[in-house]
Design a protein around this ligand. Structure first.
Ligand code: BES
Ligand code: ZN
Length: 950
């Protein structure tokens, strides 16, 4: 009965949004009817056998929360907590019950009181509590109907064990230098886990104020979103911290921690106190985070022209953390490796990561915390924006990191999955907690960010910035949806613009963006819905005929060829509004044009020998040059690659190899394009090309295609020898010099290049002889460890050091090194340790399986392990969590044979019959099919090309 009903509800929504006009999903679907009385037959059954009065996953809107008084007392010895809360609610419409979220909590008592409703004036009218665990809801039944427009106060006493995993109010442990294990208690709520810590209206739209009190022992401290106002001493020496009331916010942003951490603090220009917390022995690794967070907070406050509204901001390194970080308002929590920086063992890539994560979480303090999406279908408004703001803020605060290159790479990463048919639109209906968790993927984060970057380029940075500030100010302390963003961006007139009918027009002489070239008003929404409600990525096919530039758009599909029978159907009804930009051989100017139809023809201003579309790779589309287009560009690269901008070179390399996967360009042509790389002066471009060549090597190595593996190795070592030999084993140079060094030496040692192995072995021996005290340059540390891990003695020594090291950055490098062993019994030992969760923490299990699966000697082992231990993995992580999805795709998506595809398919089917289904299953299967097809088509070409080239 219950199930049929749920299906019915879900079917109301359209599952695949093909064209923007077809379905714009509604935001708040709860019915305001008192369904209980109308049709009692179809209601679910509560745990006590009575009828549960609410059947939908989303809460009714008749009762809304205004304020929570929350008291929590965790016991870090018995590992449980007792708590109580008083929720002040406002009744919008008469009702007989209040529905709240609650998951795994034991409710001891619930009462109701009201100053405004005389019937409930005397305190403590006891309520009947019903529970419906399938929807993680409880119902509080009131003896007499609550009346509209009145306020009531609900008091609830409850208790639970501190959770085992990483969600709700959970325990985390760490080891001190002295070898003692200590426990802390910490929260992590997003998206739907506040309900594990206290009964609440656990949906983003129900914003309220929170006054939090935490009872603790004197050896601990308590932290929460707001600063502490007072501490009260209780008998038995227990202390109780009272925190200031929060601003209006969603439940998923509430946080509190009881721990014994140490901190460093500083003050931002605006007077906000910023502190970094870590376990006492890691205190010395907190300084970079303080510097970065102060800089970034200053940046955001200036950029948005909106003060960070809280008096303090704490950033805390949590020893057990499932994802990378979480933006709780005023109390941001991080995995240790996302916050701590150890100058002795953290590399420049580690610094980039820490900076990125801090920039991301601080951006959320505005995008997400101040303005929140109405519902999880638009989580990209949080995550896409935070990811986009990383680019804006880091490029200004740490220009030397050249973060725009990292950003571009992330766009390329998401294009890989977005060009599969199993991709999804950026905004997508999500109802169940599993569906909601699945929304936290590269489409929300990276595609969201790349689209915003494209729009910024289209509108001009100035206008875009103005629009988003307007959006942030207008929706502060409230919720927003896609359309709100689009209208803020449409109406963001600049002073130099003139307005008509509520829209602005740019003076084409003063701005160089596309809008300026359009005579009529452009509705941002018309353009952007083609990107957010349609899945996939367009391909712009261009053909130059004299001064004519013929353009055509298609849907770009990786692994589906034009002569495949399904091609036609997969193209139907897709149309984007594409901000096309191009430069030509005859002028450096950026030409702009909005392609809104399937085909169009442009007239070039002058005669030109070549055109390059998608200037600086700012657009989210792939370009194919027909006729002699590619040959001309390859010729330019070979003659003088600097005639093209570095990001255009990167884009050409990327697009060429993507077109190979789509069967539009032959592999030898794409490989020919990389030939100019020995003269490439831009490190990011060189790394882009190297990356493809390296990935081919890995594929061949995994598949044991020894002739190609050998020849590729020879080619790589021959071709890149001069630049490999130039590398020093040091930490000198700019950030990208250092990244190049890490990549090249890693490749060289991986390919067994004798000078590399020799040097790494020498450094490793010295390190062992110094009992791990010798400082090895951080950028080559991972390489030295990996070479050292190839002997049993080295491997064992590294494992020992792993257990002792206090640096997460170093531990990651050691774990990677250990995973590159050729001995299966060693790899099995690592997995056992990961499952045990002591030496190798459970939080690192997903990365461990991922790196073992990258090792040709470990790929089958990791996959077999996942199949055989599926239920054990599910005891540690939720099905749709980040780690679980990483484990699934990490141990399967590199497969490239029909047998492997069949095996993976059967396994996924068996899970489906047990009721587990994830979007990632389809993505993985399609990826493997694509790999198979790639090999079928390109293996002979690669073989021949190598024979000619070496
Ligand atoms: N809001 C997320 C944390 C999160 C992730 C909550 C998944 C629920 C599900 C946070 O802002 C985030 O995006 N963290 C990233 C790091 C970021 C730098 C990309 C993460 O955890 O990977
Ligand atoms: Zn985020």
């Amino acid at each position: 009965m219950v199930n049929t009903h749920r299906k019915l509800i879900l079917n109301i929504y359209c599952s695949a949004i093909i064209l923007p006009q077809i379905c714009i999903c509604s935001q708040f679907t709860s019915s305001s009817n008192d369904q209980y009385n109308e049709n009692p037959g179809v209601f679910p059954v509560a745990t006590n056998g009575e009828q549960f009065p609410w059947r939908e996953l989303r809460l009714p809107t008749k009762v809304i929360p205004l304020h929570y008084d929350l008291f929590v007392h965790p016991n870090l010895t018995s590992l449980d907590f007792v708590a109580s809360e008083k929720i002040e609610v406002f009744v919008q419409d008469t009702t007989q019950f209040i529905i709240l979220h609650s998951h795994g909590l034991e409710i001891m008592n619930a009462t109701l009181q009201s100053e405004e409703d005389l019937r409930y004036k005397k305190s403590g009218e006891k309520l009947t509590v019903l529970s419906y665990p399938a929807h993680q809801q409880i119902a509080l039944l009131v003896p007499e109907k609550l009346m509209a427009d009145l306020r009531y106060s609900v008091a609830i006493d409850f208790q639970a064990k501190l959770a085992d995993g990483f969600k709700g109010f959970y325990k985390s442990t760490y080891r001190t230098l002295g070898g003692e294990t200590r426990t802390i208690a910490v929260t992590d709520f997003e998206p739907t886990h506040a309900r594990m810590a206290f009964p609440c209206f656990d949906e983003p739209l129900f914003k309220a104020n929170f006054s939090i009190k935490i009872r603790r022992e004197s050896r601990h401290i308590a932290l929460s979103n707001m600063p502490k106002v007072r501490t009260i001493e209780h008998e038995g020496g227990l202390l109780e911290d009272h925190f200031e009331t929060t601003v209006k916010m969603s439940t998923y942003l509430v946080a509190y921690i009881v721990c014994d951490f140490a901190s460093v603090s500083g003050t931002a220009s605006s007077g906000v106190k910023v502190s970094i917390y870590a376990s006492p022995d890691k205190w010395s690794q907190t300084h970079y985070a303080l510097e970065a967070s102060l800089k970034l907070l200053d940046f955001y406050e200036n950029y948005f022209n909106i003060h960070y509204p809280l008096p303090k901001l704490d950033l805390v390194a949590i020893p057990d953390f499932e994802s990378g970080a979480m933006e709780n308002w005023g109390l941001v929590t991080y995995r240790e490796t996302s916050l701590l920086f150890d100058p002795k063992t953290s590399s420049t890539s580690d610094k980039l990561w820490v900076t990125k994560v801090i920039a991301h979480e601080l951006a959320h303090q505005w995008f997400g915390n101040l303005v929140t999406m109405e519902w999880w279908n638009d989580i990209w408004l949080n995550e896409g924006f935070a990811t986009y703001m990383e680019l804006i803020s880091v490029n200004v605060t740490y220009p030397e990191l050249q973060f725009d290159n990292i950003f571009l790479n992330n766009c390329f990463e998401v294009i890989k999955s977005d060009s599969l048919n199993s991709s999804r639109p950026v905004s997508k209906q999500a109802e169940t907690p599993t569906q909601i968790q699945e929304m936290f993927d590269a489409i929300s984060y990276e595609k969201g960010a790349c689209l915003l970057n494209m729009l910024k380029d289209f509108l001009s940075e100035e206008k875009f910035k103005k629009g988003i500030i307007h959006y942030l100010k207008k929706f502060s302390y409230r919720n927003a949806k896609n359309d709100d963003l689009w209208s803020s961006l449409s109406n963001s007139c600049l002073e130099s613009d003139f307005t008509s009918g509520g829209f602005c027009y740019s003076d084409s002489k003063t701005t160089s963006n596309t809008l300026a070239f359009l005579e009529e008003n452009v509705e941002v929404k018309d353009i952007m819905t083609t990107w957010t409600l349609q899945k996939g990525i367009p391909l712009v096919v261009v053909e130059q005929e004299g001064r004519l530039l013929k353009l055509r758009q298609e849907r770009f599909l990786n692994g589906v060829f034009r002569d495949d029978p399904e091609w036609g159907a997969l193209q139907e009804r897709y149309l984007w509004h594409i901000p096309v930009t191009y430069s030509t051989s005859s002028s450096n100017a950026i030409h702009r044009y909005l392609l809104t139809s399937k085909t169009d023809t442009l007239y070039l201003p002058e005669k030109t020998s070549w055109v390059k579309l998608n200037v600086d790779s700012n657009g989210y589309y792939i370009v194919h040059y027909e006729a002699h287009g590619w040959d001309q560009l390859i010729a330019v690269l070979n003659q003088n690659h600097t005639l093209l901008r570095p990001k255009d070179r990167i884009g050409l390399i990327h697009d060429a190899f993507q077109l190979v996967s789509a069967g539009r360009l032959t592999l030898d042509k794409a490989l020919d394009l990389t030939h100019y790389l020995q003269h490439e002066t831009s490190i990011p471009a060189l790394l882009q090309g190297l990356d493809y060549l390296e990935s081919f090597y890995h594929t061949m190595d995994r598949r044991n295609i020894s002739d190609i593996t050998e020849n590729l190795k020879r080619y790589l070592l021959q071709y890149f020898k001069p630049v490999i030999d130039m590398q020093s084993w040091s930490d000198e140079g700019s950030v990208w010099d250092r990244r190049l060094r890490s990549s090249l030496l890693k490749l060289a040692c991986y390919l067994n290049y004798a000078p590399c192995i020799r040097k790494a072995t020498e450094l490793f021996s010295q390190w062992m002889e110094s009992s791990g005290k010798l400082n090895i340059p951080t950028d080559v540390l991972k390489i030295v460890y990996s070479v050292g891990a190839q002997t049993t003695e080295g491997w064992n020594y590294l494992l020992e050091q792993y257990g002792l090291s206090l640096s997460g950055a170093e531990k990651n490098k050691i774990l990677y090194a250990l995973s590159t062993s050729k001995h299966q019994e060693k790899l099995i030992k690592l997995i056992d340790l990961g499952m045990e969760g002591k030496v190798i923490k459970t939080q690192d299990l997903a990365s461990l399986l991922y790196v073992i699966a990258r090792n040709p000697k470990g790929q089958q082992l990791a996959w077999n392990f996942v199949k055989e231990n599926w239920t054990h993995l599910l005891e540690r992580f939720e099905l749709s969590s980040f780690p679980m999805r990483k484990i699934i795709s990490g141990t399967t998506s590199h497969f490239s044979s029909k047998d492997e595809l069949q095996e993976v398919k059967l396994f996924f089917e068996s899970l489906q019959t047990q009721g587990s289904y994830l979007e990632i299953f389809q993505i993985v299967l399609e990826t493997i099919s694509k790999n198979i097809k790639w090999l079928e088509k390109n293996l002979p070409t690669l073989r021949n090309w190598l024979l000619i080239s070496i």
